[in-house]
Design a protein around this ligand. Structure first.
Ligand code: NAD
Length: 370
C-alpha cells in the first residue's frame, strides 16, 4: 500500500522536467486530458525548455529548481536521461512533490531503493514508467490470463533484439552508460508486462556480452561523435517467477534482425502471443491444440481516454484524488530494477541471484476508480 493511499487530495499541476526527445509525446497526451493541468516545463538546457513551452503554450521555468519552488506544481514528471533520474526525483520529493519518472526508476538499485524509502517517509507518491501495461493490449492479456484462457502459466519467452539507438536518437550516449544498455532501456517494458501477468520474480541468472566497444552517433548535430560502451549490450537471461513459471529474456543492441520484438506466454492449455510491450495496443494471438492455428483476438476497449505514454501519470493523479494506490508504482519499478541488476550481476558472479524485493500484481485499470 502506498503511503498516501487514503489521503485523497487534489494533486496540483504537473511540472515536466527534461524537454528532450520523448517530451512531446507526454505534452501531447497529458495536454489532451481535461482534468489534468500542465503547469510548465524545465530543462538544464533552458533553450530546450523554451522551445517546448512555446510549442505547447506552457510556461517555461529557468531551471528545475525554479519549477520545484512553485507551490502550484504538485506532480513532477521526470523525463531526464537515466543517470539523472535519482537526483531529479530526490529533489522533487524533498520539495514536497509527487513524482512520476521515466524508466528505469534509477540507474542503480541502491538509488531506486532510496527513492522509494524517501517517498514513503514523506507520504508522497512515486510512480514510474513503463505504463504500456495499462494500455488496451496488455490489459486484455491480463483479463485473458485471469479468466484462465491459457490455463496456468508455465513459461514466458521475451526478446528485444536491435542494433542500438545511435542511428535515430540525436543524443544516444546515455544508452551506453550507467543506467543504459538494452536491458535497462527496453527490459522494463517486457519485465513489467510479465510481472503484471505472472506476479513477482524470485530468482534470475544470465550471461552477457558487449560486441562493440564504441558506437558512432548517426544523426543530428553530434553525428560522427564516438561513444564509449560501458555496459553489456547483449543480455541472455532466465527468470524464475514466485508462481513457479519460468521465463527467458534476451535483450540486445548488438544484432541485426527484422524480428525485433517477441513476447509469448505459454499456459498449460494454450499459448498467447502478446502485443509489443513498448506500445499500448498491438496484435494479440491465441494458439491452442484444439484450434491448431493462431487466432487473432480483439482488444478490450481502453479503460481511460488516453492510450499513450502519460497514462501512468493520469492514473497517478486519479489515484491521489481518489485516495487509492496508483498502478505504475515505485514498488513495481524497484522490483523490475532489481531484476535487471540481478541479471547483470548473475553474469558477473557466475551464479543465480535471489531477489530481495517483491511486489503485488497491479490491479486492472478498469477495476480502479478514475
Ligand atoms: N526517446 C525515446 O524514444 C524514449 C521512449 C520512452 C522512454 N524514454 C525515456 O525517457 C527519458 C528521456 O529520454 P529522451 O530520449 O527524451 O532523452 P533526451 O536526451 O532526448 O532528453 C533528455 C532531456 O533532459 C535534460 N536533462 C538532463 N539532465 C537534466 C537535469 N538534471 N535536469 C533537467 N533536465 C535535464 C536534457 O538537457 C535533455 O533535454 C529516458 O529515461 C528514456 O529512457 C525515451
Amino acid at each position: 500500500v502506498s503511503p498516501a493511499a487514503g489521503d485523497a487530495s487534489p494533486p496540483g499541476a504537473i511540472g515536466l522536467v527534461g524537454c528532450g526527445t520523448i517530451s512531446p509525446t507526454y505534452l501531447r497526451t497529458l495536454g489532451a486530458v481535461p482534468q489534468l493541468v500542465l503547469g510548465g516545463c524545465a530543462d538544464v538546457d533552458a533553450d530546450a525548455a523554451a522551445a517546448r513551452a512555446r510549442r505547447y503554450r506552457l510556461p517555461a521555468y529557468p531551471d528545475a529548481a525554479a519549477l520545484l519552488d512553485d507551490p502550484a506544481i504538485g506532480v513532477v514528471v521526470n523525463l531526464t536521461p537515466p543517470a539523472a533520474h535519482a537526483a531529479v526525483c530526490e529533489a522533487a520529493l524533498r520539495a514536497g512533490k509527487h513524482v512520476y519518472t521515466e524508466k528505469p526508476l534509477a540507474a542503480s538499485f541502491a538509488d531506486g531503493r532510496r527513492l522509494l524509502e524517501l517517498a514513503r517517509s514523506l507520504g508522497l507518491r512515486l510512480g514510474a514508467a513503463p505504463d504500456t501495461f495499462l494500455g488496451p493490449g496488455w490489459q486484455t492479456a491480463r483479463r485473458l490470463v485471469d479468466e484462465g484462457v491459457i490455463g496456468e502459466p508455465v513459461a514466458a519467452e521475451a526478446s528485444f533484439l536491435s542494433h542500438g539507438t545511435e542511428s535515430w536518437h540525436p543524443q544516444p550516449a546515455f544508452y551506453y552508460g550507467a543506467g543504459g544498455g538494452p536491458l535497462l532501456d527496453m527490459g522494463p517494458y517486457y519485465l513489467t508486462g510479465l510481472v503484471s501477468l505472472l506476479g513477482p520474480v524470485r530468482r534470475v541468472a544470465a550471461s552477457t556480452s558487449t560486441a562493440f566497444a564504441e558506437r558512432v552517433v548517426g544523426t543530428g548535430p553530434r553525428a560522427g561523435e564516438r561513444i564509449p560502451v560501458d555496459v553489456p549490450t547483449h543480455v541472455a537471461g532466465t527468470l524464475e517467477f514466485a508462481s513457479g513459471a519460468l521465463g527467458t529474456i534476451t535483450t540486445s543492441f548488438d544484432v541485426f534482425t527484422p524480428r525485433w520484438s517477441t513476447i509469448v506466454l505459454y499456459g498449460r492449455e494454450a499459448t498467447l502471443a502478446l502485443p509489443d510491450p513498448n506500445g499500448f495496443r498491438g496484435r494479440m494471438r491465441l494458439w491452442s491444440p484444439a484450434s491448431g492455428r493462431w487466432q487473432q483476438l480483439p482488444l478490450d476497449p481502453p479503460a481511460r481516454p488516453i492510450a499513450e505514454r502519460g497514462l501512468g501519470v493520469l492514473d497517478l493523479c486519479e489515484a491521489i484524488a481518489a485516495g487509492r494506490d496508483h498502478l505504475a508504482s515505485g514498488a513495481l519499478a524497484l522490483h523490475i530494477l532489481e531484476v535487471m541488476h540481478a541479471l547483470i550481476e548473475s553474469a558477473r558472479a557466475g551464479a543465480h541471484q535471489l531477489l530481495t524485493t517483491t511486489c503485488e500484481r497491479p490491479a486492472r485499470l478498469s477495476e480502479v476508480a478514475a
